[in-house]
Design a protein around this ligand. Structure first.
Ligand code: ZN
Length: 536
């Protein structure tokens, strides 16, 4: 007998035939049966909870294959959200900093995340001077939405010991026309400064628990965490999982966000423990080893082969040399890790592909599933190599929804091969989708909308329209393919008998809705392990 039966709906099973069934029965933590309402009769007794879907869609619980869970958790108490929907001007940001400073002791950090200079009234980054005016006695960190750059005040520069742009690579410490530092830091100095900001275990614990609730609200039942701030952050995670306070499944990608040298050391430290990809259980798994090759698409700071379309002087920032990437990847793969790199611009993607090719020659492995995070800008040659090498690109089509118009300006025709979902499909390449939150909101509907319409939701402009895919295909990328990217497709990612009962009930029939309306669809109910953990 079933514990729960969902009937009279459209169950998008994402099995190999993309079967849509009317109903699904759940027993314990597993799927018992899919089929028609009639097929369910024999599994229903007086203890079975029967839910009438009234035509709504049911999907496998969403798997967000790339997000920054630990960073996002800090939003709950430690970080002030300054995304465009919260504040629209530098004057407004300064007001928020002043308000925060009034509750802090001198010397305590004030951290903010999420502005986009293109969307602010003043159309520029805040400056060191702006932040000094608002909080002269506290170090202030004001991170751009992409996470790859941020503005800091004099106190923060003092703590980090930054006195001259010459301490870092060209372009990393921004200067004005007179050569004075503006306060804007990109890549390495921006990453390194994080290590001076400390959080308490309690702050992390509360943030993680709130984060878990937020995921359930979006129908997300598994996440791939794309990077941590170090050991304390992982330790507290295990504590909340052990205490049963964190139901969402995690595939932990090991990457230390404190900059290039910290992340390299982190990987070699891990190798020395003997742990490697796959250890763990259905709730927590040791995932891949990751490094960060370049900047972001929206900054823009990703490393491109040709200059940006809006500025012939700019080609982004590349953090690693090819030989260094080859070395780390092959050492990690030899130790049993699935390897991956954040690679966004085509220059960085090429570097990642080269390194995986090198690694497979040195450490041959049949079902390696080595990944490339974002894999933003590609072309036919890169796509062919990705296919031949069996690489799993992780795409972020939600970025098209949020930044499409900016991408057209920055990259021109290159957007035809940006997050190239249709080309991947045509070539039999399995790509999994991730939100990359906290860069954008975690809502999977934003990603599905971007993949299906290739439209900037605010401007209505299309971006790389030739890469549109169907709703059904986009759902597959957000479910089954995510399970594939973590070697877990035999236990989750589709609604099939014997698999884990991780399920989301949507507010309507997604396959029948107008593409324009996808982003407004809500999640009505989320189940993990057959337990209803969220109801709208
Ligand atoms: Zn990321």
């Amino acid at each position: 007998m079933a514990d729960i039966v969902l009937k009279n709906g459209k169950v998008i099973t994402v099995d190999k035939n993309d079967r849509i069934t009317q109903a699904v029965a759940i027993k314990g933590k597993h799927i018992l049966k899919t089929g028609t309402d009639e097929d369910m009769e024999e599994f229903i007794d007086d203890k079975t909870v029967v839910i009438d879907l009234k035509g709504r869609s049911v999907v496998p619980g969403f798997i967000d294959a790339h997000m920054h869970f630990m960073m996002y958790s800090l939003f709950y108490k430690a970080t002030i959200d300054i995304a465009y929907d919260k504040v629209q001007s530098i004057a407004g940001i300064k007001e928020m900093i002043r308000e925060a400073a009034s509750h802090k002791k001198p010397g305590e950090w004030i951290c903010l995340w999420g502005y986009d200079q293109n969307k602010l009234l003043e159309k520029r980054h805040p400056t060191m001077k702006d932040l000094d005016e608002a909080a002269p006695d506290n170090p202030v960190q004001c991170v751009r939405c992409c996470g790859h750059m941020g503005v800091y005040n004099s106190k923060a520069f003092e703590i980090a010991g930054i006195t001259s742009p010459e301490q870092y690579a060209p372009g990393e410490v921004d200067t004005d026309a007179d050569g004075n530092m503006t306060g804007l830091l990109k890549e390495t100095p921006n990453d390194t400064i994080w290590s001076y900001i400390k959080h308490t275990d309690e702050q992390l614990r509360e943030g993680y628990i709130e984060f878990g609730k937020l995921m359930l609200k979006s129908g997300i039942t598994s996440i791939h965490d794309a990077g941590t701030y170090g050991g304390q952050y992982v330790k507290v995670l295990q504590d909340v999982i052990d205490a049963g306070e964190f139901p969402v499944r995690i595939y932990e990608i090991f990457y230390n966000v404190f900059g290039k040298e910290a992340s390299r050391k982190w990987i070699y430290d891990l190798i020395s423990t003997g742990l490697h990809t796959g250890l763990g259980n259905e709730h927590f798994k040791v995932g891949s080893a990751k490094i960060l090759l370049d900047g972001s698409t929206s900054g823009p700071s990703c490393a491109t082969r040709e200059p940006y379309s809006h500025d012939p002087e700019l080609k982004g920032i590349l953090n690693w040399k090819q030989e260094e990437v080859n070395q780390v990847f092959s050492d990690a793969a030899a130790a049993g890790f699935q390897v991956t790199a954040h690679a966004v611009g085509d220059m960085a993607v090429e570097q990642a592909v080269n390194a995986i090719e090198y690694t497979l020659a040195k450490v041959p492995k049949k079902d390696h599933r080595h990944r490339i995070e974002h894999c933003g800008l590609t072309d036919e040659t890169l796509i062919k190599r990705i296919k031949d090498l069996g690489i799993v690109p992780i795409s972020n089509p939600g970025f098209i929804t949020v930044n499409g118009s900016d991408y057209n300006r920055y990259y021109g025709d290159r957007t035809d091969y940006m997050f190239a979902a249709e080309s991947y499909k045509k070539n039999g390449i399995i790509t999994a989708f991730g939100s990359d939150c906290s860069v954008i909101n975690e809502n999977p509907m934003l990603g599905i909308y971007g993949a299906v319409t290739r439209k900037d939701a605010a401007t209505g402009e299309t971006c790389g329209e030739c890469q549109k895919i169907s709703i059904l295909d986009a759902i597959r990328c957000y479910t089954y393919n995510g399970a594939y990217a973590s070697f877990e497709e035999d236990i989750k990612g589709s609604i099939e008998e014997g698999k884990l009962a991780d399920i989301a009930v949507l507010s309507e029939d997604i396959l029948a809705c107008e593409p324009e309306h996808i982003k407004d669809i809500k999640v009505d109910m989320t189940l993990i392990d057959g337990n209803i953990l969220y109801e709208r």
